[in-house]
Design a protein around this ligand. Structure first.
Ligand code: ZN
Length: 156
């Protein structure tokens, strides 16, 4: 095959896999439509937003401090993650590594109820950490990041 045809075929496969019907269910109590963080004094929540010389590699879904976080898909749990090295951000320095089928993704700012095993879509996964205590005035949110740093937006 010519390179152009290969590229077109690859793009088609990527598009097919994204439109395969995988959609994240409700992630956070109080936000049934997975409303996204838009703009606040600390920045914006979309994938690719600017972050002081870096790029935001995830998508921020609005979630009030202390809210219940749900498994957005049938998932297996693959351990806690550490979001920051800065001790001043210790209050929100937790997250969880997840997989669902071929998808590998992470949720930041969540204290998980368990760190291994599996959960069905909609089951309680954890609690939203107190983000206001670190970033006063921010739109508190769960940060969703794909393991390969690709854009999670098509799954919402
Ligand atoms: Zn984020």
């Amino acid at each position: 095959m010519k390179t152009g045809v290969k590229t077109a075929t690859l793009l088609l496969l990527v598009m097919l896999s994204v439109s395969d019907g995988v959609r994240f269910g409700q992630l956070c109590s109080g936000n049934p439509s997975n409303q996204r963080r838009t703009a606040d004094r600390w920045g914006q929540g979309h994938y690719g937003a600017s972050r002081q010389g870096r790029t935001h590699k995830g998508l921020d879904i609005t979630c009030a401090d202390g809210a219940t976080v749900y498994a957005p898909l049938d998932v297996t749990l693959h351990g806690k993650l550490t979001v920051y090295t800065d001790p001043r951000k210790a209050a929100i320095n937790q997250g969880i590594n997840l997989r669902s089928g071929d998808l590998c993704f992470k949720l930041f700012y969540v204290r998980p109820v368990q760190t291994s095993g599996s959960l069905l879509k909609g089951a309680e996964l954890g609690t939203m950490l107190p983000m206001q205590s670190v970033y006063l005035g921010i739109t508190s949110h769960v940060h969703v990041q794909m393991c390969n740093k690709s854009d999670p937006t098509p799954y919402f």
